[in-house]
Design a protein around this ligand. Sequence first.
Ligand SMILES: [Zn+2]
Ligand SMILES: [Zn+2]
Length: 106
Amino acid sequence: MDEPPLNLRAVTTDGYLEITWDEGHVGLYPFLLLRGECPCAGCVDEHTGVRRLDRTTIPDDIVIKGMELVGHYALKIDWSDGHSTGIYTWKRLRALCPCPKCKRKA
Ligand SMILES: [Zn+2]
Ligand SMILES: [Zn+2]
């Protein structure tokens, strides 16, 4: 499923990104989780797939400063720690969905 979500909403006061995938399917992604899953070449070694990012270095109060759609397939997130090179595909975001429905499948 590579379909874009119906709605995206960064809830900075509560520290999560709300993604409405389709009717009845809403994922709440904590900013810390998303930032820790950043797929950019600076955070993940392109060749080995090993994560370079030390998650303990992510500020607890990290928030999304801005979001930008990349074509029809992905979302670019501008983080408050100055990091903005991560491009999160819908596919990846779906795989990370922490909603009870997806959790049960995993
Ligand atoms: Zn990154
Ligand atoms: Zn889900």
